[in-house]
Design a protein around this ligand. Structure first.
Ligand code: LMR
Length: 363
């Protein structure tokens, strides 16, 4: 009899527990596991956008503008989540993270893209672009078309190009005025055969270091020098760890804005259209904003008075240019004839145009 009652109570407890669990789970709104690739089921589509710079930089500001426009144009059905300051990935792993779908968007520098598609190093060539208008022309002509097309076999869609600005030289071991001043200095560089060749011709050595480690590597003396835009020098406070700056405008730093191809292809047509429009509007705004951000931060940098500044004269610029001209022939095998010819043509066409916004003739 006792056994009978024991079994009865056991069954009753089991039943109450089962009913309780069922009842609770009906009202429990814990979302089911979210799959980033899963779209179009009535929920918001999330685009994770990762980049290595701060929010107050040309790329950071462009990313915020893009996120705002996408939200507006898709009635909030697509949300762009921003991950600045290499908080998710740095330059060494962000392209792979994009290809694997861990994030849906990145905007790496041309050099970083050249590790996957070597032709992108064409944009790193020293003294290839006379001013910002020449860079814009490169984005919008054969050069831009070829570069974007080359991304697709890598599982990447190139949505466009965002500019940052012209590169300037910084050093902690003496001012860089003539090519011989570079001899034996250790430069932090972005990974690019063009940039390696550039410093090789200046008789300096190079170490490729991700952006989020640049400050420390300069502070610790692991490297003596670097090249970057005013905006990156300013926002990363590199003026605290580099004593000298040469306003050289010797090359251009910009970005490809990239999206995971299979993610893009799974988006409904109306969302793709809205994203493409947002991208076009952001780009037009961003490339103008990049010029004014660099200008504002250049003025701030001068006010801080923490670096010795030298503005390269036209004669000194010619000297650098002559030293670096052999880089063009050396890297042609990686870049290809068609792109090289397009660069030569652009260089000639803009040769008598005004210099970049921050220049020896303007300041
Ligand atoms: C750098 O590493 O110097 C730049 O590529 C950083 C950036 O994205 O502007």
């Amino acid at each position: 009899m006792r056994t009978f009652w024991g079994i009865g109570i056991f069954i009753l407890i089991g039943l109450i527990t089962a009913i309780g669990i069922g009842f609770f789970s009906q009202f429990n709104n814990t979302p089911s596991a979210y799959d980033d690739e899963q779209i179009g089921l009535g929920q918001q589509t999330i685009i994770k956008f990762s980049y290595v710079v701060a929010e107050n930089t040309p790329k950071g500001l462009a990313a915020q503008e893009f996120a705002r426009l996408v939200k507006d144009k898709t009635n909030d059905s697509v949300r762009v989540e921003l991950f600045p300051n290499a908080s998710l990935y740095n330059e060494t792993d962000e392209v792979e993270a994009l290809q694997r779908g861990r994030v849906q968007m990145i905007a790496p520098s041309f050099s970083n893209i050249s590790e996957v598609v070597p032709e992108w190093m064409v944009m790193d060539l020293p003294f290839a672009f006379q001013n910002e208008a020449a860079v814009e022309q490169a984005f919008q002509s054969t050069i831009g078309d070829i570069l974007l097309r080359k991304l697709e076999p890598e599982g990447i869609i190139g949505l466009g190009f965002w500019g940052n600005g012209f590169q300037q030289m910084t050093s902690n071991r003496g001012l860089l005025v003539h090519p011989e001043d570079f001899r034996d200095l250790r430069f932090r560089i972005l990974p690019s055969k063009v940039i390696e060749a550039q410093f090789h011709h200046l008789k300096a050595t190079t170490i490729s270091i991700p952006f989020n480690q640049v400050y420390r590597s300069m502070e610790s003396g692991k490297v003596d020098a670097g090249e970057n835009t005013i905006s990156n020098i300013y926002s990363k406070k590199l003026y605290e760890v580099q004593k000298h700056l040469t306003l050289s405008n010797h090359a251009y730093l910009g970005y490809g804005v990239l999206m995971n191809k299979s993610f893009w292809e799974k988006l409904p047509q109306n969302q793709r259209k809205a994203i493409a429009e947002a991208m076009q509007e952001t780009t037009a705004w961003a490339n103008q904003n990049a010029i004014s951000t660099n200008r504002k931060q250049w003025e701030e940098l001068i006010k801080k008075n923490q670096m010795g500044i030298h503005i390269l004269s036209p004669e000194e610029r010619r000297e650098w240019q002559q030293t670096l001209e052999p880089v063009y022939q050396e890297v042609e095998p990686y870049i290809g004839k068609e792109l090289m010819e397009a660069v030569y043509e652009l260089r000639n066409r803009f040769s008598d145009q005004p210099p970049p916004a921050l220049d020896y003739n303007n300041d």
